[in-house]
Design a binder for this molecule. Sequence first.
Ligand code: G4P
Length: 529
Amino acid sequence: MTNKEAVEKRRTFGIISHPDAGKTTLTEKLLLFGGAIQSAGAVKNNKIKKTATSDFMEIEKQRGISVATSVMAFEYLNKQINILDTPGHKDFAEDTYRTLTAVDSVILVIDNANGVESQTEKLMEVCRMRNTPVIVFINKMDRFGKDPFDLLDEIEEKLDIKVRPLTWPIGDGEDFKGVYNLYDKELNLFHANKTKIEDVLMKFNDLSDPQLDEIVGEKFANELREEVELINGVYDNFDQKTYLSGEVAPVFFGSAVNNFGVKELLHTFVEISPSPRGRDTDIKFIEPSDNKFSGFVFKIHANLDPKHRDRIAFLRIVSGKFERNTFYKHVRKGKKLKFPNPTSFMAKDKSVVDEAFPGDVVGLYDTGNFKIGDTLTEGTDMNFVGIPSFSPEIFQELRNDDPMKSKQLDKGIRQLMDEGVAQLFIQEPGSRKIVGTVGQLQFDVILHRLTHEYGAKCSFTPLNFHKACWITSDRQTQLDNFLKAKIGNIAKDKDDNLVFLAETPFLLEMAERDYPDITFHKTSEFKVK
Ligand code: G4P
C-alpha cells in the first residue's frame, strides 16, 4: 500500500460526551457494526463509575481497561476506522483534551433530555481551538426529551457551532416512531432492538404521500411535514466544506442502546469525515503525504505492575511510514531510538505491528524516555505543536513527610508529570511543589502511586487557588512590577515558564485590568499562533 492510499483509507476520531449521555454504548455499537467485537458488553466497563471517587481498585481496573481500549480499530466499507478512547470521568478530562489533539474529527453524543451539559462545553472548547470537524448524535430518543428545535438552538448557542440536521425524529419516548432521513428521503422506523442491527427503511420522496399517515399516524405525519418544511427554510443545505472546517455540525437523532440511527451515522461518517490531517510543527506544517516519518506522543500509560517501571507511550503517526525496528529520532532528547515491539490495539486484542501509517496510533514500550508532546522523526529537528497543557482547576501543595525519601518523591512526581497525570508548579523560595489537576480524583491517584510505586512518603495540603495562567509580556518593567506585587501567586511550570496562580476569577480579572500589557494565557501553548 502506498502512503497516499493508506492515508485515504484511514479515519481517526474520538467520541465525546458528558458522562452518561451514551458514549460507551455508541462506541460499542460502532464496534459491533465493524465486526471488531461480537457481543454487547465488551467495552461496557470502560469507565469509572461516578461513585468511584477514591476507589483504588476501580482506578487500577480502569487503567488496565483503558490501555486495551485506547485505540479501537476496525474496517468498515473499505475504510480503516480508528476510534481513540476518551475517558468519560470528568476528573480525567485533561487526558481527553490531549487525546483530542490526536484525532481528526469527533462524534459528540448528547442526551436528548439533558441537552448540552458542562463537560460537553469544555470538550467542545478544545475542538474549537483546532477547528476539529464535529458530527452530533442526539441520543436516547426512546426516552422523552427536549424539543428537537430547542436542542439544536442550545447546541448552537452553548457550543458556538452551527448545526444542520441530516435526520429528523418523529416523536420521542413512548411515541418515538423513527427518524426521517432528510437527504436520502427515507423513513427509518423505530423498533427497540438491543442486539440486532436491522433498519426498516421506506422511501418517501414526497412527504404528502398518505401512506405516511398510515404508518406513523396522522398527527405525527403532519408534524413531520411542517417540521421538514421549517428545517429546509431555516437551515442552509448541508455542505461538506463547512463541516470539514469545523463551522457546521451535521446532526443525527437516534438511540444507541437500541442500535437505532447508528448505521446512518456510521455511513455518513465514513462518507464525509476527514482522512488523516497534517499537523503544525515549530518549523513548518507537516502533510500526511510527506514521505518522511513523523509522529507525536499524546498519552503515556504506566505499567500496572509497580515492579516494572516500563510504560506505554501512544504515538500518533502524522506523516510517512512507521516501521518496526527502525531507528527514529527522539527530537527533545536528541537521540535515536528503535522499537522492537510497537503495538496496535484492536478492541481487546493487542498485536505487534510491523508498519503503521498516518492516522494510526501505535503503543511504544518506554522505560522513561518519553513525555507527553514528544516528537519522533526520521531525522528532522522539529517539534509538533498543539498539545498544550490546560489550566488546572484544583491545586494542592505536595509535602514530603520523610526527608530520607525525598529522592523517591522527586523521581516519582517527575515521572507522573511526564505521563500527564497532573501539572507541577514550583514556587520559590524553597522549591514548594504545587500540583494542579482538573479533578479531585487525580490527587488520590498521585498519592497512591507515589506511595506504592515509588516508596515515597508524602501528603497533600489544599491550596486556595482557582486558576493557573501562563503569563507573558513585552513590557519587562510591567512584568517585573507584577512579579514583585504578586510574589505569593507566582510559580514556574515544568519548562520554567512563569505562571500566575489566581485565587478567584475576580482577582484574575483585576490583574488583567491592572496590568494591561501582560497576557494571561489559559493554555501553555501561547507561543503558537
Ligand atoms: P457514557 O459512556 O457516556 O457515560 O454513557 P453509557 O454509554 O454508559 O450510557 C449511560 C446510560 O445510558 C446507560 O444506562 C445506557 O444503557 C443508557 N443508554 C445509552 N443509550 C441509550 C438510549 O439510546 N436510550 C436509553 N433509554 N438509554 C440509553 P445505565 O443504566 O447507566 O447502564 P446499564 O445498566 O443500562 O448498562
